[in-house]
Design a binder for this molecule. Structure first.
Ligand code: PGA
Ligand code: ZN
Length: 440
């Protein structure tokens, strides 16, 4: 056992220049762990509470000095002396200390920072790389990188309604070959945008963010980029989208006074659930789509059930805002047969052990899991190790651009090299529909 000797938090900046929490935790055997907390923009209403100061004189109210103080003055005295490697007991102690259902008293950013720092310190104490410390000897599958090469929605001033257009290079033998293909498509896309006089500036997750005529135009550009880069759409590279539809549900996000209850503001008009379902169905017929995230609003359970029944046999429906990495909401989705895949974001639930619980529950119910970054990130690479440790077979961590995204892709290159001949690339086994597309 390595006892926690000190815990210290302070305020740092994330990739958008917003304050976030850094925690440094030392144990009595000389190990040290650092926890860096990410932050979302298109956050789900049911996420664990990110505690911000609200003092408009500092960072427009986004400071995290209260969360920092909660670590230094409330959490630290309680957890010093505890076994750092007893992650579950440590997390539970903080959950009890907080006492609210959504960690709103101490802040999920405070609790997760300590939880992550303890995880890293314990891995160092055990002298193991993080993926092995979490996953034991079984963690050996490198995930398919779902690379968000075109950004819209809240990450790019609603250049398109759909928030993320991802390419999934699954038809390759190794992770590094797949990554290279993804990067080549990304660079080819830039050339295509340039040649059409379209903007090549980047959104929050590193993808291009040109204004499009409509949501479908982006797919045509990406398809062209895949072919032009020398790859076969569907056979080698598929598409994933994150509609992040809660952002355009009930209101026009660019003009929030323009409201229509129960409708989606999509392609310039309010549309009902049936219109959206039909849109997704036609999209899947036309393009090699293997996964759709948040096609419907986080409380529009009926339409989630409908789309999962209609296409869920082959297609992956990922619950992000719907499930918020929360075992309770996940259980509801399992019971209702709404969605068939869990998006995994540590800060949505706010501790390491609860995140592991969510993945475990998803797996036991036959759901897939996609480990995910946030749009506001740090150089932290925990999600890369987590994806390998739990053999989730999928990760999404943005475009191959911007240091905080690249850090995760590069970490996976390191893990692949370290595992050597025992590394396996998930490839097409990650998606049911990838195998269907390949057999055509
Ligand atoms: P967020 O976006 O981090 O801004 O929530 C990511 C996503 O919606 O998947
Ligand atoms: Zn999402």
């Amino acid at each position: 056992m390595a006892a926690i000797e000190s815990v210290y938090a302070r305020e740092i900046l994330d990739s958008r220049g917003n304050p976030t929490v850094k925690v440094v935790l030392d144990t009595d055997d000389g190990a040290e762990g650092i926890g860096l907390v990410p932050s979302g923009a298109s956050t789900g209403a049911n996420e664990a509470w990110e505690l911000r100061d609200g003092d408009k004189k500092r960072f427009g109210g986004k400071g995290v000095l209260t969360a920092v103080k909660n670590v230094n003055e409330i959490i630290a005295p309680k957890v010093i002396g505890m076994d750092a490697s007893d992650q579950r007991a440590l997390d539970q102690t903080m959950i009890d200390l907080d006492g609210t259902p959504n960690k709103s008293k101490l802040g999920a950013n405070a609790i997760l920072g300590v939880s992550l720092a303890a995880l890293y310190a314990s891995a160092e104490s055990a002298d193991e790389p993080l993926y092995r410390y979490i996953g034991g000897t079984n963690g050996h599958i490198l995930p398919v990188p779902n690379m968000n090469i075109m950004n819209g929605g809240a990450h790019a001033n609603f250049a398109t309604d759909i928030q993320e257009y991802m390419i999934s290079p699954y038809g390759f033998k190794t992770y590094s070959e797949a990554l290279r293909a993804g990067v080549e498509v990304y660079h080819t896309l830039k050339g295509i945008l340039k040649s059409r006089g379209l903007a090549t500036g980047l959104g929050d997750e590193g993808g291009y963010a040109p204004e499009m005529k409509n949501n479908e135009e982006s797919f045509d550009l990406i398809m062209e980029a895949i072919s032009k880069a020398g790859y076969e759409p569907g056979k080698q590279i598929g598409l994933c989208i994150d509609a992040a539809s809660s952002e355009f549900y009930g209101k026009d996000p660019k003009n929030p006074d323009n409201k229509a209850e129960g409708k989606y503001f999509f392609d310039g008009e309010f549309r009902d659930g049936d219109y959206m379902l039909d849109f997704y169905q036609k999209l899947v017929e036309k393009y090699p789509i293997v996964s759709i995230e948040d096609p419907f609003d986080e409380e529009d359970w009926d339409n989630w059930v409908k789309i999962t029944a209609a296409m869920g046999n082959e297609l992956q429906f990922v619950g992000d805002d719907l499930l918020v990495t929360n075992p309770k909401r996940l259980q509801k989705a399992i019971d209702l047969k709404a969605a068939n895949s869990l998006l995994v974001k540590l800060n949505q639930i706010g501790s390491v052990s609860e995140t592991l619980d969510a993945i475990e529950l998803a797996t036991s119910a036959g759901f897939t899991s996609m480990v995910s970054h946030r749009s506001g990130e740090t150089p932290d690479t925990t999600i890369a190790d987590l994806a390998v440790a739990k053999n989730t077979r999928q990760i999404k961590t943005g475009a191959p651009a911007r240091g905080e995204r690249i850090a995760k892709y590069n970490r996976l290159l390191d893990i692949e090299a370290e595992l050597g001949s025992t590394a396996e690339y998930a490839g097409a086994s990650a998606f049911k529909r990838a195998k269907v597309l390949q057999s055509r």
